[in-house]
Design a protein around this ligand. Structure first.
Ligand SMILES: NC(=O)c1ccc[n+]([C@@H]2O[C@H](COP(=O)([O-])OP(=O)(O)OC[C@H]3O[C@@H](n4cnc5c(N)ncnc54)[C@H](OP(=O)(O)O)[C@@H]3O)[C@@H](O)[C@H]2O)c1
Length: 329
C-alpha cells in the first residue's frame, strides 16, 4: 500500500469568515513530504483554533492560505510515510495534535504541523512529541478527544503541584480541557470548585467536583489555594486572582500571561501554561495515562464529517459540555 493520492472530502473554509461559511468539499489528498506521515483520519476533535483562525480575528499575525482545512486533533491510520520517517510505518495507528502551518513558529522546537484533521486524510510532521502511536485499548474517538486536552491538563497538573486537601477553583471547567482536568485534580485529592451552567452541575460532580458554582464572579469562593483559568482572557483575571489566599497559585492557559499588574496580586505565583515543546509530557504520555484510566475524555457530542462544519458552528455558538468529536467513516 502506497501513499494515497487523488481527492478527498474535507471541511473547508474558502476565505476568512465564521464557521457558518464552512463547507464540505472535495480537495486534493495531501501527500507527505520528508519527515511527514499521511494519516487516514478516523476521528478529529474540535478546538477553539478551528473557528478562531478562519474568523480572521488574529489579523496579520496569522495569515491563512485558502482553502483552509481546520482541525488540530486527530486519530487515524498511517497510509503513507515520507522520506526519513523511521518511527512509523504504513498501517500504524496514531493520534496527536498538529497545528496549521501558519503556526509553525509557535509549535515548539520540534514542529507539530499538519494540513487539517477535519478531513478524510491529513499530513502531519512525524518527529514531534505531539504525535504518538495510539495504544491498543484507546479508542480513536477518545484519543482524538484527549490530544490537546490531555497534554494541556497534564501540563497544568505538573505546574500546579496540587496537594491533597487543597482547595482548587476551576473557571471554565465544563469545556474540553476542564472536563479532563477536573478528574485529575480530584484524583490528586483536591477539593475542586468548578464553574458550570445549571445543566452541567451533575456532570461536574460526576467528574469529581466537590462544589459547583455559576459563572458569575459574585459566586467565586475566597481563600483558595489554587485557581485555574481555562476560559477568560489572560489579562482579565483580577476576579479569579482575588479568590486566592496569600501565597496561592494562579494558572491560566489563555493569553496574555497574567501579571501582578493585571491580576492585582503580588503575593501569589502566576503561571501561563503553554508547553508546545512537550517538556511536561507529550502524546505518548497522554496515551499511557488514558490506558491506565487516569485521563478520561468527556465527549459531549459526535458528528460525521459531512456535519463537520456544523460541529464548528455548535462549538462557537452553543453551550457544549466536554469535547466535540467528528468521526470520519
Ligand atoms: N495554553 C494551552 O496550551 C492551551 C491548550 C488548549 C486550549 N487553550 C485555550 O484554552 C481555552 C479553553 O480551551 P477548551 O478547549 O477547554 O475550550 P472550550 O471547550 O470552549 O471550554 C471553555 C469552557 O468555558 C466555559 N465558559 C465560558 N465562559 C465562562 C465563564 N465566564 N465562566 C466560566 N466558564 C465559562 C464554556 O462554556 P459555554 O459554552 O457556556 O461558554 C466552556 O465550557 C481556549 O481559549 C483555548 O484556546 C490553551
Amino acid at each position: 500500500m502506497g501513499v494515497k493520492q487523488g481527492s478527498m472530502k474535507a471541511v473547508v473554509a474558502a476565505g476568512y469568515g465564521p464557521p457558518e461559511d464552512y463547507m464540505v468539499a472535495e480537495v486534493p489528498i495531501p501527500v507527505p513530504g520528508p519527515g511527514q506521515i499521511q494519516v487516514r483520519i478516523a476521528a478529529a476533535g474540535v478546538n477553539p483554533a478551528d473557528v478562531r483562525l478562519p474568523s480572521g480575528e488574529l489579523g496579520d499575525a496569522v495569515r491563512l492560505t485558502f482553502p483552509h482545512v481546520p482541525g488540530n486533533d486527530f486519530a487515524g491510520t498511517i497510509t503513507g510515510v515520507g522520506d526519513g520517517v523511521t518511527e512509523y510505518g504504513v498501517g500504524d495507528e496514531v493520534f496527536g495534535l498538529a497545528v496549521p502551518r501558519v503556526l509553525r513558529a509557535m509549535s515548539g522546537k520540534r514542529p507539530s504541523v499538519g494540513t487539517g484533521s477535519l478531513a478524510e486524510y491529513a499530513v502531519v510532521e512525524a518527529d514531534t512529541p505531539m504525535v504518538a502511536h495510539r495504544p491498543a485499548g484507546l479508542p480513536a474517538e477518545t484519543a482524538a478527544a484527549l490530544a490537546t486536552t490531555g497534554v494541556t491538563a497534564r501540563a497544568i497538573m505538573a505546574t500546579a503541584c496540587v496537594e491533597a486537601g487543597e482547595r482548587v477553583l476551576v473557571v471554565g471547567a465544563t469545556g474540553g480541557v476542564g472536563t479532563v482536568l477536573v478528574p485529575l485534580l480530584a484524583a490528586a485529592g483536591a477539593y475542586v470548585i468548578a464553574t458550570a451552567t445549571a445543566e452541567d452541575g451533575d456532570l461536574m460532580r460526576e467528574l469529581g467536583a466537590a462544589e459547583v458554582i455559576g459563572y458569575q464572579e459574585s459566586e467565586y469562593p475566597g481563600g483558595v489555594d489554587v485557581a485555574v483559568n481555562l476560559t477568560l482572557p489572560g489579562d482579565a483575571l483580577a476576579s479569579v486572582a482575588a479568590t486566592l489566599r496569600p501565597g496561592g497559585r494562579l494558572l491560566g492557559i489563555t493569553f496574555p500571561a497574567p501579571t501582578a499588574e493585571t491580576t492585582g496580586r503580588e503575593d501569589v505565583a502566576l503561571h501561563l501554561v503553554f508547553d508546545m515543546n512537550a517538556e511536561l509530557g507529550g502524546m505518548r504520555e497522554v496515551g499511557e495515562a488514558a490506558v491506565r484510566g487516569e485521563l478520561r475524555a468527556t465527549i459531549g457530542r459526535r458528528y460525521r464529517l459531512e456535519d463537520g462544519g456544523q460541529a464548528c458552528v455548535d462549538f462557537l455558538r452553543k453551550h457544549t459540555s466536554g469535547k466535540l468529536v467528528v468521526t470520519v467513516p
